[in-house]
Ligand binder design. Structure first.
Ligand SMILES: [Zn+2]
Ligand SMILES: [Zn+2]
Length: 377
């Protein structure tokens, strides 16, 4: 839900919803704002009665989560009474007929659909958050975002592609899918995009720590790394998971190759056992493994919601992919994954999301359309 609508609900129902910091966000589209507003008003009105009821003991009910699940609304109440459970059930049932994107009358997508959602005819097949949706072909009228495969030190092809693209196909943002290996400070490289009115973002791959200089150049633009978080870019919520699975840290899903149990939960846990800290070897290892994927990061990210997931590693649909990435995509509720790393152009669907692997210096746009094919190795 948009920050404005979220803020209104927190202002109207401070006792029920509590500290805005405690609830990351209301995890559904703006189309359900009125429905939620009405439900919370009813629940709140029930509470003064409870406060004077001699049979009611303990604290008054509060709400700890509001979200979309399996297509419809869920309101999770702590210390729920029977009457409140009925109000919640009514609101949840009502959500089956309200478009989550705009609030117009809608219906639940057919059960054979990969993804369940309630949409009006105009939003059927589209995301609730202004995302690319499930429509095929280039986005028409929606936000334009480019997803750039591994560039390994060269950015000229993206600048050239921008030069030959005119509005409205011109992207609002470009997102690099790792292995940037910047040969000069990243802020200097990104300045060219910002000057052209394009917001650059990235996730790291596994090649940025090749040497201290390239690493330093990468750290220079680190504030534009969306690894481990969800950033709203051009109105689309993009979750980032940079880096690769490493045998010494965590290498899930391939029990035939490596013990899938994590050896370290966090980067700190890994670095803390390196001793002495200042030996050349340990400094190198600390740099090297800062691009590994740690379980705690995936766990934390999986509790959020997003429209698109960008990763360096591949989901399991592709060769050398990982089911952990599929699970993350499903927890986030994304419609699309873009990944780099393997230097191949591939696409797939059928696991509840669309997956696009972007080739070496390849570029795809939000709905998966190819802007620039990957280069041969
Ligand atoms: Zn690469
Ligand atoms: Zn890579």
């Amino acid at each position: 839900m948009s920050p404005e609508h979220t803020r209104i609900l927190f202002e109207r129902y401070p006792r029920l919803l509590g500290d805005p910091q405690m609830m990351r966000m209301i995890e559904c589209g703006d189309g359900w704002f009125d429905l939620i507003d009405r439900a919370l008003a009813k629940i709140e009105a029930e509470c003064p009665r409870l406060a004077t009821d001699p049979n009611y003991k303990g604290d008054l009910p509060t709400i700890f989560r509001i979200r979309e699940k399996y297509g419809t609304l869920r309101i999770d109440v702590a210390r729920e009474t029977e009457a409140i459970a009925r109000m919640v059930a009514e609101a949840e049932t009502e959500s089956e007929g309200i478009c989550e994107a705009c609030g117009a009358p809608g219906q639940l997508s057919a059960p054979e659909q990969e993804w369940l959602y309630v949409r009006c005819p105009g939003h059927m097949g589209k995301g609730a958050y202004g995302g690319g949706g499930n429509t095929a072909g280039p986005t028409r009228g929606g936000p334009v975002i480019w997803f750039c495969g591994d560039v390994h030190g060269r950015f000229g092809h993206v600048v050239e592609a921008l030069e030959v693209t005119s509005l409205p196909e011109c992207p609002a943002a470009v997102i690099f899918l790792g292995d940037l290996e910047p040969q000069e400070p990243l802020t200097k490289i990104f300045r060219r995009f910002l000057d052209a009115g394009v917001e650059p973002y990235f996730i790291h791959g596994n090649h940025e720590p090749v040497n201290a200089d390239v690493w330093q150049n990468t750290l220079d633009g680190w504030h534009r790394n969306i690894h481990g978080r969800v950033e709203t870019i051009a109105g689309v919520r993009i979750a980032g998971l940079g880096g690769t699975f490493r045998r010494d840290i965590w290498f899930p899903d391939h029990a035939d190759m490596c013990d899938p149990a994590p050896k370290y939960e966090t980067y700190d846990a890994y670095v803390n056992q390196l001793w002495p800290k200042d030996s050349a070897r340990n400094i190198m290892l600390a740099r090297q493994y800062s691009t590994a994927i740690f379980p705690a990061v995936v766990e934390e990210l999986s509790r959020q919601r997003a429209d698109v997931l960008v990763t360096h590693e591949a989901p399991s649909d592709f060769e050398n992919g990982f089911a952990v990435i599929d699970d993350l995509a499903r927890s986030l509720g994304v419609e699309t994954i873009f990944n780099g790393h393997h230097h191949k152009d591939l696409s797939s669907s059928g696991k509840g999301f669309k997956a696009f692997q972007v080739g070496l210096r390849g570029i795809r746009e939000l709905s998966g359309g190819i802007i620039r094919l990957g280069e041969p190795e």
